[in-house]
Design a protein around this ligand. Sequence first.
Ligand code: GLN
Length: 478
Amino acid sequence: MMDSASMTVAGALEGLRNKRFSSVELTRSVLDAIAAKDGELNAYLTVDAEGALRQAEAADAARANGADAPLLGVPIAVKDLINVAGQPCTCASKILQGYVSPYDATVIARLRAAGAVFLGRTNMDEFAMGSSTENSAFKVTRNPHDTTRVPGGSSGGSAAAVAGGEAVAALGTDTGGSIRQPASFCGCVGLKPSYGRVSRYGVTAYASSLDQVGPMTRTVEDAALLMQELAGVDPHDGTTQEIPVPDYRKAMRGGLKGLKIGLPKEYYIEGTDPEVMRAVRESVDRCAAAGAEIVEVSLPHTEYAVGVYYILATAEASANLARFDGVRYGHRTEKPEGVFELYAKSRAEGFGLEVKRRIILGTYVLSSGYYDAYYGRAQKVRTLIRGDFEKAFGQCDVLMTPVAPTAAYRIGEASDDPLKMYLGDIFTVPANLAGLCGFSLPCGKTAGGLPIGLQILGAPFSEPTLFRAAAGFEDLQR
Ligand code: GLN
């Protein structure tokens, strides 16, 4: 019997190719799981059951005609800020309620060409601003491992869908940890690709110098299968690089022997939950036992990373979100008196509290008189942080660290303390500031049964080495 709740992308492709089940059967089984479980988990904002079944039928028909494609008939979930033609795209914000995408993002066009089936839209923090998915304007997603706890964020819906058996795989985005941290809270695999590896065309921008799209899956191999389709240059996104896309599955075969793993001493400090620290240290020990070489490295500017990130990300967000003005699309206030009131009231009514906080903060750090003191200085420190990593990667192939200082916390526990929430991003934001690639992999559980994540970071465009390390570590877990 087919078990879609634990099925991998690789397993689905194998079953579809050997005609053990059809894409319609597989998609229906996933839709049944959504119908049964999502009332509690709230991973999805909208489910396109009809559309998904139509795509699955088309995939089956193509296969019956002898066609094959890298993801033909595999049902996946998409974070609600990536445009899928004909489906809603709200970014979990009231300001975009009712908006339907007129076109496919490049990542979606690529996955569609590879035969993927799009199940629906997953919940997130409004405009990807948050770490718990509690900033969604519409619903609170629950962690499948403990429904009193958050799934992490901002791609919490995608993580919960994969972990809860409501999708075979999903897409998320990562500006400061939004793929890796929810993957770690929900016990799945998350990959933030290097900056410039994957197109953002059609992906609602949060902070354009940091945003990347990436896969959230059950295995490293599944991440490779998705990345193979997602990666590559796009004429619609000038930040994508013309660097050939390597064979990621092949790269997985290298093994841990001889791999140089760096442990940044600034990431192994007091303040991280002891159970998380123990699981990460044990993971490193097992890699060493399997033949990896462990070296200590230093990233001396780590303590500034959260501050720098929250200046730069909010500055960029304040510019990116200026387009939501009540004129072109989205929510418009009723009967405004003049154009200024049209802008002000539409935005006041449409944006949630955290988004407003960040627009105000970002506008402030860019304002004349403060620009040099905040934005300009943060740019300089960003360069220093990038330099730290360049130096570290001269001494090792990859870095291993915790993903987050804690496992999943209770719903409501941190939501009224923004600073506390921001500090939880300490281990993930540096990778975005430096354009690195990074995996989050399940590496153990707390005594209470909550997943713990191991972060593996690589230099920009070193995904092959990253896949080698991740697959090597995953093998030790079997
Ligand atoms: N938690 C971080 C923030 O709130 C990162 C979010 C993200 O990566 N989109 O900005």
